[in-house]
Write a protein that binds this ligand. Structure first.
Ligand SMILES: Nc1ncnc2c1ncn2[C@@H]1O[C@H](COP(=O)(O)OP(=O)(O)OP(=O)(O)O)[C@@H](O)[C@H]1O
Ligand SMILES: [Mg+2]
Length: 377
């Protein structure tokens, strides 16, 4: 039996809902070779969406290659991950991968081993370092292979913001973009969980990846879709939840994808195989606060008094004009010159989010918890 609700990992099949227009757009981008950048707050569905679009490509001459660079510490880690993912993605057998590596990266001695990952038959290690292949040759590997095999390649890179942490990152980014933008048979889908870093890589005019591709910002999944999903998932367990209470689950967490699923699961546990009551939703929400509070305590542990006061202002409904004399005084934020420093720390900790209409808490459950802990006492 599939799980009724899933949170914390990418979702597939029955646990994936909606995102029809985004899936279509991404699929069309993959087919047409258009570069894509996916940006959204944490845990709202980027990774799930990319897998969904990948599943829908039936043309065997398009190879979609997935890689995650969360643990790459420098550019050589990146080249190693990039080249090995490509070789594994285009070759069905280990021997083919070795042959391709020898042909296109002749200075390397690939090592093939059985993969610890059950979804892969083999893993490949290339030992790339400063004295091996030229970076440009590695970055061009997918184009060389695509031309030779007469295929199109789409490379999807998760946690892409990690490249912003590399030493001499801007030089590296220039090099990468310089090679990638000339490729004719390869396109890229770049996404990552740290929104403010992704924004900086792709929305800042001074950065090499500015305007690299079609920028898709994921909006929340609509309430009607969630209500249908939640009621239907309860039915699979022969339980019942009214549309009103399913809607309440969505409202409590402001349609935030992973929280809708987590709260719905909590409510299912509370309801114990019967019809869900309003009290079950309340209890499920309390459980959610207990589950998240240890993390929230850690997130604010080292904030300064000014930073805490800024959060209190947001809680009180201030979204703009933090530098005005009244807000500075009412919330004891220090001098006006303090504000941008406070904001940049809170944004980098992903506690607040700057939206076109002002500053808001990035996480609706954090907002609730913060209000209860610091503003009601
Ligand atoms: N289309 C969807 N349908 C149902 N639930 C979803 C959907 N997309 C995301 N979710 C929920 O959000 C959670 C996180 O999804 P996912 O890992 O794809 O998000 P993400 O944006 O890649 O997260 P991160 O920012 O941490 O990388 C899932 O476990 C699931 O609970
Ligand atoms: Mg993700």
């Amino acid at each position: 039996m599939s799980k009724p609700f899933v949170y914390g990992t990418a979702v597939f099949g029955e646990n994936f809902t909606d995102r029809k227009s985004e899936t279509k757009r991404l699929k069309m981008n993959f087919e047409a070779g258009v570069n894509t950048i996916l940006i959204s707050p944490r845990r709202t569905g980027k990774t799930s969406l990319v897998y969904r679009a990948k599943e829908q490509i039936s043309d065997s001459s398009i190879k979609i290659i997935m890689m995650d660079i969360y643990d790459c510490r420098d550019e050589y880690d990146f080249y190693e991950r990039f080249a090995s993912a490509i070789l594994r993605g285009v070759a069905s057998k280990a021997e083919q991968a070795t042959e391709l590596a020898k042909r296109f990266l002749s200075r390397l001695t690939p090592k093939i081993s059985l993969s610890p990952d059950p979804t892969q038959d083999f893993s490949i290690s290339l030992g790339i370092g400063p004295k091996t292949e030229k970076p440009e040759d590695i970055l061009n590997l997918p184009e060389d292979i695509a031309q030779r095999k007469k295929i199109k390649v789409v490379i999807c890179i998760d946690e892409f913001q990690q490249i912003g942490e590399f030493q001499d990152s801007v030089t590296f980014q220039k090099k990468v973009r310089g090679v990638w933008q000339l490729q004719k048979n390869v396109s890229y889908c770049l996404f990552g969980s740290k929104k403010h870093m992704m924004d900086n890589l792709f929305q800042n005019k001074a950065m090499p990846f500015y305007h690299f591709g079609d920028l898709i910002s994921l909006n929340p999944i609509a309430k009607e879709e969630w209500v249908e999903y939640v009621t239907q998932r309860f039915q699979t367990r022969e339980m019942k939840i009214s549309a009103v209470l399913a809607g309440k689950i969505c409202d409590k967490v402001q349609l935030y994808s992973s929280y809708v699923q987590q709260l719905a699961w909590n409510v299912m546990i509370e309801a114990e195989e019967k019809e869900v009551s309003e009290q079950d939703v309340e209890n499920g929400f309390e459980m959610l606060i207990r589950q998240t509070s240890a993390l929230f305590v850690r997130e604010i542990a080292n904030l300064t008094v000014f930073q805490m006061n800024y959060l209190k202002a947001v809680d009180a409904g201030v979204h703009n004009g933090f530098g005005s004399a009244k807000v500075l005084e009412d919330f004891r934020l220090g001098s006006k010159s303090n504000i941008s420093r406070i904001e940049s720390v809170l944004i980098s900790k992903e506690l607040i989010d700057k939206r076109p209409n002002g500053v808001y808490f990035a996480d609706p459950v954090f907002a609730y918890w913060f209000h209860r802990e610091y503003c009601c006492k």
